[in-house]
Design a protein around this ligand. Structure first.
Ligand SMILES: Cc1cc2nc3c(=O)[nH]c(=O)nc-3n(C[C@H](O)[C@H](O)[C@H](O)COP(=O)(O)OP(=O)(O)OC[C@H]3O[C@@H](n4cnc5c(N)ncnc54)[C@H](O)[C@@H]3O)c2cc1C
Length: 390
């Protein structure tokens, strides 16, 4: 039996940043990852904002596939609105090579002093004498580890959340169903990300194209199963047939993205959840990498403070809830409301809105400005969305 201050379950962006930060604070940290290779298979379109990424790590050409200058939003009847990358929000700036990126983050955790075990799953959990006895299966062998704090960074299907009794349940309209192909032999500008919106393309979601260098791109879709009549794959295949009939698919990704908005609490006695496990993804874009890294950071600092105070209670760990809510919790709440309202806009409305903005100079076009211009032009149409605009 080994004792740790902190055991982090899951070596995605949330887990690796949590382990790195906790180790930097001088704690004894173990980071475990159930897969034998960190970062594989990728379940992501790999877009992040420059500013968000650079808060945590220096960009490195080894894991940056593309640098993005523009984001193009395309309406059902092909009206185009172009935004500059800085103004476009959280998923536009860099397209990562996540296989290498995730491994890099885990390496940073290890360099900071965390122990890292791959092919190691958390399989059981019980509280004992104010600590947690975590059962792990490592290379097929079962053992138990004692942890003062467990950080559950185990992704959308989190088991740690269930064990700890934290309510993260998702209703049918709180998870986007996603499919993505890595494609070659298609035409696109390699400094632009593309978003096709509208029910025709993707009911309750959107289709994206994120360049990965000059000759390949992630082309994917997220749909809301409660609104879609067919599967996500069906809509994506139809789109590809129309837009990229000569494209070749070289990799397939499937996955779910939680779009729940903010949960009440991500803590229980001895436990904090970070990233997808805590539903920290943006309900509009589905982007979760930067919030996951931020949450991992905040959880590690709260773990350090709890260990200093020798208090691992839920009440003490609420400090962490306060931190992530202050950082990005409000935007989760706001964007969940906005997502619900936007899902009600029909395709002719989206076309009218996009048409009225087409051709505006991109350097003047931030998301806020765009919303403001729209509201000026279509006050009656957008009355329902006014609280998000003015
Ligand atoms: C199709 C798709 C496209 C996306 N596109 C984007 C995008 O462009 N930009 C963006 O910002 N976000 C995107 N996201 C969301 C993004 O991928 C996630 O928000 C992000 O990976 C969350 O990081 P995380 O560390 O919380 O979880 P994850 O990256 O999911 O990591 C969790 C880790 O925990 C491990 N694990 C699970 N259970 C256990 C266990 N019991 N024991 C040990 N290890 C365990 C898993 O193997 C995994 O490695 C996309 C998601 C999907 C599905």
């Amino acid at each position: 039996m080994t004792d740790y201050d902190v055991v982090v379950v899951g070596a995605g962006p949330a887990g690796s940043i949590a382990a790195k930060t906790a180790a930097e604070k001088g704690l004894d940290v173990l980071l475990i990852e159930k897969r034998q290779e960190i970062g594989v298979p990728v379940r992501c379109a790999e877009g992040v904002s420059r500013e968000g990424l650079e808060k945590f790590v220096n960009p490195d050409s080894k894991w940056i596939a593309s640098e993005i200058e523009n984001a193009e939003i395309i309406s059902p009847s092909n009206h185009k609105v172009v935004l500059s990358a800085e103004n476009a929000g959280n998923e536009v700036g860099y397209v990562l090579e996540r296989k290498i990126f995730d491994r890099h983050l885990a390496r940073l955790a290890s360099k900071a002093g965390a122990d890292v075990l791959t092919k190691t799953s958390a399989v059981s959990f019980k509280r004992e004498n104010g600590t947690v006895k975590l059962g792990i299966r490592s290379m097929g062998e079962f053992s138990e580890i004692t942890a003062k704090i467990v950080i559950g960074a185990d992704g959308v299907e989190s088991r740690v959340a269930k064990w700890a009794g934290i309510d993260t349940t998702l209703k049918l309209n709180e998870i986007e169903s996603c499919v993505q192909y890595l494609m070659t032999n298609i035409d696109f500008d390699d400094d632009t990300t593309y978003f096709w919106v509208g029910r025709k393309y993707a009911p309750g979601g959107y289709i994206w194209l994120f360049p990965k260098g000059k000759d390949a791109a992630n082309v994917g879709i997220g749909v809301m199963p409660s609104l879609a009549e067919k599967s996500a794959k069906w809509y994506l295949d139809r789109f590809i047939e129309e837009h990229f009939p000569d494209g070749e698919i070289v990799e397939v990704v499937v996955g779910g993205v939680p779009v729940k908005g903010a949960i009440d609490t991500a803590v229980a006695d001895n436990v904090m959840l970070a990233g997808d496990a805590a539903r920290h993804t943006d309900p509009i874009t589905g982007g979760g990498i930067i919030n996951a890294m931020s949450a991992g950071h905040h959880a590690a600092i709260a773990a350090y403070e709890a260990i200093e105070a020798n208090d691992y209670s839920k009440e003490f760990l609420r400090k962490y809830d306060e931190k992530w809510k202050l950082d990005f919790g409000e935007s989760l709440v706001r964007n969940k409301k906005l997502q619900e309202k936007m899902m009600r806009l029909d395709d002719p409305t989206l076309d009218r809105l996009a048409e009225s903005l087409e051709g505006m100079p991109i350097e003047e076009m931030s998301v806020r400005r765009l919303a403001f211009e729209l509201f000026k032009k279509h006050p009656r149409l957008l009355w329902d969305l006014r609280e998000f605009i003015v």
